[in-house]
Ligand binder design. Sequence first.
Ligand code: BES
Ligand code: ZN
Ligand code: ZN
Length: 485
Amino acid sequence: MQIFFTVREHLSESTPCIYLLGENFDNLPSTFSDTFPVSSLVNYFENEYTPTTIFLDNQVVFAVPYLAPVQENYVHKEKMRNQGHLVAQLIKTHSFNKLQVFADAILSKESLLCFLEGLNLGSYSYEKKGNSEDYFRDTLQVEVVFSSETETIEQEELEKLTTLCDAVWLTRDLVNEPPNFKKPALYGQKIEEFGKEAGFETEIWNKERIETEKMGGLLGVSQASGQDAIFAKLTYSPKDATNDTPIVLVGKGVTFDIGGANLKTSMPALEIMKSDMGGSASVIGLIYALAKNNIPLYVVGLLPITDNSISNKGLVPGDVITMRSGATVEITNTDGEGRLIMADALDYAKELAPELVIDLATLTGSAVRAVGEEGAVFMGNTDEILKRALEKSGRETYERLVEFPLWGEYKDYLKSDVADIKNVSGGFAGAITAGKFLEHFVDFDWIHMDIAAPAYLMKASSYRGKSGTGTGVRLLYHFLIEQFS
Ligand code: BES
Ligand code: ZN
Ligand code: ZN
């Protein structure tokens, strides 16, 4: 079921309706209060703050209790998204193709948009069975009646929200896709299709081109595989862009991480490694949303895509490889593959004279252990103002972030006797040393996001759902618009 939002002036009396109730039930439309005993609703919501279904004579109604604002506005916004998610679960038991939402004057537009976002994202499910190309989803049109006396809601705003949610769905679909249906070449084709649909340019480099670029990290990781690596470059360069040099987004695209010679042995780690391309999927979703919503930002996506397989052709611990930058790397652990392919992409980004580079990667189990599924870890060399702004976007979208340090001493952890640097230090501070490795390859303003934990969930969590979540799409959409457009 795919949801799209439109504006509606007045309520219809028969279309199923979601009522976002006011504090004192004072906004109930007459159709509702005439037929339904309000007192029982009052009683119900006294103990229970979750939405409920009410069957009127000729209308199904989903009543959503009023939630008082709290001190921290972003917490309130998240509660509204969660309410939206709960209503999405109630709707799932029906088969509507049209629904209305009635929000009264007490609710701010911001709260309403969060509710709608939770409703949309909470409706997601990956229902595809096998690689069925004819797969399509039913659509649900949600008409929004916003009766505020102080604020209005425009059709355009709702369309933009729909597109942003679509982008999250797209990202989730890519992550949830079985690994044998997203091998590098096929993944590249999907990227080209998204580019055509949303209006951004795509270049898919094959192995020969990657060799010409001397991307030793990407080639090294992919050499164990029967599938050639690809490198995807996505360019969205609108005429009215506010920036002259691009904001570059780099995404880890490991379509399956078996660990290589350092084979992954622990479950469930191996089981979920189809999600190791989550960073690249989020970059695709993000650029899709920016392009489709005509956001005036010049953005380039760089996606190194390969699997990390095991075979007698693969890297082994002790090997030394030469990266695109010319730096030599001692491979101490083949499961630290993400940083190798990311480093080559970061090095290529130098040629674009970027205004800012943000990379997203499901990079380390260490980040998972540090903050769990509640947030992502980030590091970077940008000024404090930008970092705090990123954290704020994290709160506003509830894709929260914690900063880890890139202190100089950590550099020593990666010292090698046989190369300029080694890929894995072992021991403590695994998320940081991975960031430190990447730092070796940057000479521009840069933020690194380790999304290993929140990108893929083992069990469902509200509107984020189960499995692929689309982490990073809403966060960076918000951040880039706030800071650069
Ligand atoms: N893809 C993994 C990181 C990961 C772990 C993502 C759990 C999602 C959930 C990465 O390539 C990896 O294997 N990292 C190793 C690094 C180690 C060899 C230093 C890890 O974290 O165990
Ligand atoms: Zn790995
Ligand atoms: Zn990996």
